[in-house]
Design a protein around this ligand. Structure first.
Ligand code: NAP
Length: 519
């Protein structure tokens, strides 16, 4: 049995202690194991800070961007092998595996293109300079400079390649050495990506470290120049936010947590509209892609109350076409969940929600003897305000139709008011062809969501679905979604940089720190 090793202090180390097995999600056969003990995390942090950080900061943004492009190519060269590993370990179909792996390759390439025009610059200028005194002699500029610590990335199991590399792309471009910890159930994919990164020889010593298994006492060694970026459940996010050492040293923390994302069918979109077809296919895709294990997947579907019956029938018919089975088979459209724990949690979640709803299709019952399978499950709630649907994230192929009264605001049962009951989300999608409705609803949704996606007849034949996270747009959301922010082009570097106001005589301040081309 393969034991996944960690890459720390520029060498691979196989941990000791109790073994945690990783399984084939379809056959339940063990694939590999992880042993977490035996790593000196104080030395890991020191190595990143003292060796990797200075080496990265000695380079300009352009050179670091070139490294990201080289990493993108190194991972792309092993794309087929990674897809196969993902099918086995994560239970993804080939298409779902590509979503993760191409996401990693594409995000690295995107950040290479964002960084390349910055050339040999070593800091960024934020906005225009400002006159601070009675005359323009006293002048201010804002600069963003690399911080001097490590970037610890604790990642979720559902995107083992993308989640690690989207974080690494921003940190490395900013000049921060990374320590990557993948989610354990699918760590085989992440481990192979780590091996490709190391073998490529692209990064300087100390710039990239990888922990297979538990992070032990790593967080106890972080200080004021370090950062922790986390992706995972709200429960773990809450634990990390309150971690005593992180609180004591005001260590920067970015949390990407769970989210009860919603889709809103506008009252103006009837079943003959192109936008209605887009709505049906996007909701069905979100429910079944990666077996619903997508942080941006739709969990709540808000439908005008007089349309609930039609939408229920149309969505159930669309979902019925989803072939569930062995993800290695070309005709399969939805594979199993990633782990036995996931299957247990998703089945329990469906049962809990189903107690408050009608089951239009699917349900919690097992559908195969082997493998972590669950059927695509569509629920229909009687009451759109029922708190059960605004509290529980079922991280699998399950969503609920919730009726709303058709108005856009001014009513506690409007779609905007119901969306807010989720307490903050990553993405809300709205389907409408009416400009005033779009403006009102977007402004109502925005305070509660990191991203608002608007579908209309005008975009029916193009535009990427709302579940896709794009490197040029920000990802993250307020409240329950963690309150964090990632990506968004060069905005994604801010977490790893210190924004400092420089004040003084305009001649000096502007000459060194004023807005320069590409800044
Ligand atoms: P999780 O159980 O919270 O685990 C997330 C990561 O935290 C894993 O690497 C896990 O390691 C680690 N971890 C758990 N306890 C820890 C602790 N006490 N100290 C340090 N690290 C700890 O979440 P998950 O099951 O992997 O992921 C599913 C959840 O992630 C869903 O709720 C989903 O909505 C959310 N998610 C959010 C986003 C986003 O961008 N907002 C993206 C993807 C997923 P082990 O695996 O070794 O336990």
């Amino acid at each position: 049995m393969q034991t996944l090793s960690s890459f720390v202090q520029d060498r691979w180390i196989t941990g000791d202690g109790a073994a945690t097995p990783l399984f084939n999600a379809t056959t339940e056969e063990p694939l590999a194991e992880i042993r977490s003990g035996g790593i000196d995390f104080r030395a890991v942090v020191a190595h990143g800070r003292d060796v990797g950080g200075p080496a990265l900061r000695a380079l300009g943004f352009g050179e670091r961007a070139a490294m990201l492009m080289a990493l993108s190519k190194a991972i792309h060269a092993a794309r087929e092998e990674l897809i196969e590993l993902s099918v086995a370990n994560a239970g993804t179909t080939r298409s779902d595996a590509k979503f993760d792996i191409d996401g990693a390759i594409g995000t690295l390439a995107a950040y290479a293109s964002f960084g390349a025009p910055l050339g040999d610059r070593r800091f960024l200028v934020d906005g225009s300079g400002v006159q601070l005194g009675r005359t323009a002699r006293f002048w201010g500029e804002h600069v963003l400079v690399p911080r001097l610590g490590v970037a610890v990335h604790v990642n979720a199991f559902n995107f083992p390649a993308w989640n690690m590399m989207e974080k690494a792309a921003c940190a490395l471009l900013a000049g921060a050495p990374v320590i990557e910890k993948p989610g354990t159930p699918t760590a085989l994919v992440a481990w192979r990506v780590a091996e490709l990164v190391v073998k490529s020889g692209v990064l300087p010593a100390g710039a990239y470290q990888f922990i297979a298994g538990s992070v032990g006492d790593l967080l106890d060694h972080l200080g004021p120049q370090d950062g922790l970026a986390f992706t995972g459940s709200s429960a773990t996010a809450a634990k990390l936010r309150g971690h005593a050492n992180l609180v004591k040293h005001n260590v920067r923390v970015n949390l990407e947590a769970d989210s009860l994302n919603c889709a809103i069918l506008g009252a103006d979109v009837d079943s003959s509209a192109d936008a209605y077809g887009t709505f049906l296919s996007n909701v069905a895709l979100d429910m079944t892609q990666k077996t619903g294990q997508k942080c941006t997947a739709v969990r709540r579907i808000f439908v005008p109350k007089d349309r609930v019956g039609d939408v229920r029938a149309d969505l159930a018919a669309t979902l019925a076409k989803t072939k569930v089975g062995d993800p290695a088979q070309a005709e399969t459209r939805m594979g199993p969940l990633a782990s036995a724990n996931q299957q247990r949690d998703v089945r329990a979640g469906i049962q809990k929600l189903a107690a408050h709803a009608e089951v239009a299709c699917g349900g919690a019952a097992p559908i195969r003897d082997k493998g972590y399978f669950v059927a695509p499950t569509l629920l229909v709630a009687k009451d759109g305000r029922d708190p059960a649907f605004h509290a529980e994230e079922v991280f699998g192929p399950c969503a609920t139709i919730l009726p709303y009264d058709g108005s856009v605001d001014g009513s506690p049962e409007s779609a905007v008011a119901l969306a807010a009951l989720g307490g903050g989300g990553l993405v809300a999608s709205l389907y409408s062809n009416d400009a005033p409705t779009i403006e009102k609803v977007v402004l109502g949704l925005a305070p509660w969501h990191g991203r608002v996606w608007v579908g209309s007849d005008k975009l029916a034949d193009q535009g990427l679905p709302p579940g896709m996270v794009l490197p040029a747009s920000i990802h993250g959301g307020p409240g329950r979604a963690g309150g964090g922010e990632e990506l968004g082009g060069l905005r994604g570097l801010a977490f790893y940089l210190q924004r400092t106001a420089v004040q003084g005589f305009k001649g000096y301040v502007e000459a060194s720190f004023g807005c320069a081309p590409g800044a």
